[in-house]
Design a protein around this ligand. Structure first.
Ligand SMILES: CC(C)(COP(=O)(O)OP(=O)(O)OC[C@H]1O[C@@H](n2cnc3c(N)ncnc32)[C@H](O)[C@@H]1OP(=O)(O)O)[C@@H](O)C(=O)NCCC(=O)NCCS
Length: 165
């Protein structure tokens, strides 16, 4: 499998929506239960600040096969402007092939250049695979919110992980 990583452009909105929606439909990985409509995803990309980005992995056929979001942890608190919030989504058939690791390489480089000194992430307590992924990148667990999400009637915790650059 080959892929290339680049910063998303508004024209990637459909591909990003497809990937996030597919992960949301799986129900077991993310607190997100529905992907955004393409129009909203496009507006989101256009509305990102100069310090925010989505990185996309483009497969051989030119389609988005994975993406990683880098957003300000808080859009309103200057005291947290050094903290990036991260979210990662890879299509099922492309997992475990190093794509997530390569997305992080691009995202982290962008974060450092744009003045972030820390990243933070919330992962569902049952999502052991994603916790393993983030820990492999150097994130450390720093807390847990119990029963923070309820999906299809089932409560799940949210595990907090952080990394200082
Ligand atoms: C979690 C996810 C982003 C990881 O991406 P990926 O492309 O599968 O990960 P990679 O192949 O780059 O693996 C990178 C490292 O993560 C770790 N890792 C990956 N999958 C893992 C798993 N199932 N269990 C434990 N560790 C795992 C490994 O240490 C791996 O390093 P190695 O190859 O040197 O052993 C991807 O599987 C995914 O999108 N899952 C569904 C959505 C999701 O859970 N998103 C996170 C919620 S925010």
């Amino acid at each position: 499998m080959s892929f290339r990583i680049r910063k998303a452009i508004p024209e990637d909105a459909q591909g990003i929506t497809d990937v996030v929606s597919e992960v949301a439909r799986e129900r077991i990985h993310s607190a997100i239960t529905d992907g955004w409509p393409t129009k909203k995803q496009r507006e989101f990309i256009l509305g990102q600040t100069a310090r925010e980005a989505v990185f996309v992995a483009i497969g051989d056929d030119g389609q988005v096969i994975g993406c990683q979001f880098l957003d300000l942890y808080s859009a309103i608190l200057p005291s947290m402007s050094h903290v990036a919030a991260i979210g990662t989504f890879v299509r099922p058939q492309f997992r475990g092939s190093g794509l997530g690791k390569q997305l992080w390489r691009a995202t982290k480089a962008y974060a450092v250049v744009n003045g972030y000194t820390k990243a933070a992430i919330q992962v569902r307590g049952s999502n052991i695979a994603a916790q393993g992924y983030y820990k492999s990148l150097g994130f450390q667990e720093c807390g847990r919110m119990k029963g923070q999400v309820i999906i299809d009637g089932a409560p799940d915790d949210e595990v907090l992980l952080e990394m200082f650059f």
